[in-house]
Each structure stands twice: as structure tokens, then as C-alpha cells.
Design a protein around this ligand. Structure first.
Ligand code: DQA
Length: 141
């Protein structure tokens, strides 16, 4: 089974960016841990700071992977286009966030992705990604 982890804007700075909120390890380091833990899966990974590129990745993922784990970062709260792309594809998309978006500023409580996602996991640090993967595995058993 193949999955895609798709990270949006500023998540290339994980480990350096606001470490009090997002922790101090890079996503690449965490990805190594995920790949070791879930060896039965092919875990593809893409990060982009560009809305259109994220949309292109979702369209491509529809033909290539069994599920997408999407952290659309700030686009979660702004992008109707990204929500439309999630809705347009058949592959299930799980929305994840590192921080608990409901415990932060008001504007982070709104997600355009959540209504079209399979589910949402938020606030477990980087482990939000592992929980999303586990949910995909449990679903396929
Ligand atoms: C985030 C939460 C978003 O509100 C924020 O814009 C991010 C990261 C998270 O993973 O906690 O960039 O998606």
C-alpha cells in the first residue's frame, strides 16, 4: 500500500520554526522514524509552499496512492481551491495538524479541508502523522 504525506507552506522549516509550537526536529528526521515504524507501507512525501503545486499533487495522488495525509498548514484556513481538489479526488484524504488548532487563534478554528476530508487529527505534535497512518492501516484490515 502506498500513501502520500503532503505538507503545505512553511512546514519545510519544521525544527527551526516556532519550536515551542512545532517541536525541534525536522520533518525529514521524523519521516525516517515513520518509514522504520511502518515498513509495510510505501510512504511518499512532498512539501510545497505553493497552493497550485499542492493541488497538482492531489490530482496526481488520485492515480498513484491509496491515501493522502494532508497538512495544508495555513492554506487549511484559506483555500477553497485546495478543498475543491480534495473533493475532486477519490483517494481518501486525512487532514492533520501538529498543533491543536482549536487551542490557538480564532482564525485557525476554520478549516476548508475538514468538511471534505475523511477525518481530522490535530494537536498530537508530529505523532499526528503516525496516528493518521495507523488509522489507514486499521481501515484496511
Ligand atoms: C499547522 C497549523 C496551521 O494553523 C499553521 O498555519 C501551520 C501548521 C499545524 O500543523 O499545526 O502552518 O497546520
Amino acid at each position: 500500500m502506498k500513501i502520500l504525506i503532503l505538507n503545505g507552506p512553511n512546514l519545510n522549516l519544521l525544527g527551526e520554526r516556532e519550536p515551542n509550537i512545532y517541536g525541534n526536529i525536522s520533518f525529514e528526521t521524523y519521516l525516517d522514524q515513520l518509514r522504520k515504524r511502518f515498513q509495510q507501507l510505501e510512504i511518499n512525501f512532498k512539501q510545497s509552499n505553493h497552493e497550485g503545486e499542492l493541488i497538482d499533487c492531489l490530482h496526481k495522488a488520485d492515480k498513484e496512492v491509496n491515501a493522502v495525509i494532508l497538512n495544508a498548514a495555513a492554506y487549511t484556513h484559506t483555500s477553497i481551491a485546495l478543498a475543491d481538489a480534495v473533493n475532486a479526488i477519490k483517494t481518501p484524504v486525512i487532514e492533520v495538524h501538529i498543533s491543536n488548532v482549536f487551542a490557538r487563534e480564532e482564525f485557525r478554528k476554520q478549516s476548508y479541508i475538514a468538511p471534505v476530508a475523511k477525518g481530522v487529527i490535530t494537536g498530537f505534535g508530529l505523532q499526528s502523522y503516525a496516528l493518521a497512518i495507523q488509522s489507514i492501516l486499521d481501515d484496511n484490515n
